[in-house]
Design a protein around this ligand. Structure first.
Ligand SMILES: NC(=O)c1ccc[n+]([C@@H]2O[C@H](COP(=O)([O-])OP(=O)(O)OC[C@H]3O[C@@H](n4cnc5c(N)ncnc54)[C@H](O)[C@@H]3O)[C@@H](O)[C@H]2O)c1
Length: 322
């Protein structure tokens, strides 16, 4: 695949680092941006050895700083596109302090678009989320509505999608919006598996699990997510391309995840559920994603949600230092 020189925001994060490695494997040049607030330099251990990679430790909302550093990186060529993944990934923290998602989930999109306009970059791929659908009771297709998110994070992702749509009327030529489900796998910086592994490391006798364990959602392995993103990028050629990415109708309960983590990390631990249907305010306890549009384009996942979780639990336990 021809990728040219790309900018990846959120490059030191969980998904951003895997995407960076994938884009570099195609032979393109990648400029990674991250403020390292949630991301980790260790996630870029493979990328930093590649001469086609450069990392800018900077906040996307530092517009003047990003503009100056990106202009230095152009080196006579042009940026082919931006993959915008920088965001707050701590949904609970965003519920407690609305500034968090305004700044890191919405303003990062606003400033990414502003930078792209100034630098004449006309293609954008964006990491959106199932959180834009809120607590919708039925199957979620891309055209489900009304869209009423129940978290500040979901609201700011939805507002970001709206901003991208509006930019297509002015300077953007093409955009790809990927609505991720829950993504799991190595290099996780957050998420239910990561949280449970950390808790067990702190107390190997008892594992506290938020909610009643019945929350039931689709989990996709990060390797499949990246494959789907690349597939959509190559094959969807509308001006605005928006897709749910998910598992093939399977989903996994929190109880299944807790038991898998205990089995792998501390088999003697007892699981204690805090009770109630939700893990925290803003948590969508259940959703049912349709990936029919993606299937029609020609991509299907190989792993079920439980298989993705099993693989991710092994990866995360192995790489998480106690
Ligand atoms: N992992 C999932 O399950 C999931 C689900 C839905 C959507 N997403 C979206 O995918 C993207 C990647 O998520 P992730 O799971 O890799 O999370 P992550 O936290 O590991 O990655 C996000 C990265 O963005 C960086 N960042 C945040 N604000 C920044 C700012 N102002 N300037 C520069 N860098 C900033 C963080 O330091 C972090 O490295 C995000 O946009 C997220 O909302 C993830």
């Amino acid at each position: 695949m021809q990728t040219g020189t790309c900018v990846v925001t959120g490059a030191a994060g969980f998904v951003g680092s895997h995407l960076t490695d994938c884009l570099l494997s195609f032979g393109g040049r990648v400029i990674g941006i991250d403020n390292l607030k949630l991301g980790k330099p260790a996630n870029l251990v493979q990328a930093v050895h590649n001469p086609n990679f450069n990392f800018l430790e900077i906040d996307v909302n530092d517009y003047a700083g990003c503009l100056r550093r990106l202009k230095q990186e152009v080196k006579g060529g042009e940026f082919a596109m931006v993959w915008h993944l920088a965001a707050n990934s701590d949904i609970r923290a965003g519920g407690e302090d609305p500034e968090v998602d305004l700044r890191d989930t919405f303003m990062t999109t606003f400033n990414t678009l502003r930078l792209m306009k100034t630098l004449g970059i006309r293609r954008l791929a964006f990491a959106s989320s199932s959180a834009i659908y809120g607590n919708y009771p039925g199957t979620l297709t891309e055209d489900t509505g009304p869209l009423l998110p129940i978290s500040n994070y979901g609201a700011m992702k939805l507002a970001s999608e709206a901003l991208i749509s509006a930019a297509l009327e002015t300077f953007l030529e093409r955009a790809w919006i990927f609505r991720f489900p829950n993504v799991v796998g190595s290099r996780a910086t957050h998420g239910v598996i990561y949280d449970l592994v950390k808790k067990l490391q702190a107390n190997a006798r008892e594992l506290e699990v938020l909610g009643d364990g019945c929350q039931n959602k689709p989990y996709l392995h990060v390797s499949e997510l990246i494959a789907a993103m690349i597939f959509i990028f190559q094959d969807a050629a509308n001006s605005l391309n928006y897709f749910n990415i998910g598992t093939d109708s399977s989903s996994t309960t929190v109880k299944y995840i807790a038991e898998a983590v205990v089995r792998e990390a501390a088999p003697q631990a007892k699981i204690r559920y805090t009770g109630g249907p939700k893990g925290w305010p803003g948590d969508v306890p259940m959703f049912n994603y349709s990936i029919e549009k993606l299937r029609r384009l020609g991509w299907v996942p190989r792993l079920t949600s439980n298989e993705a979780v099993d693989r991710a639990v092994k990866e995360i336990v192995k790489e998480t230092p106690g």
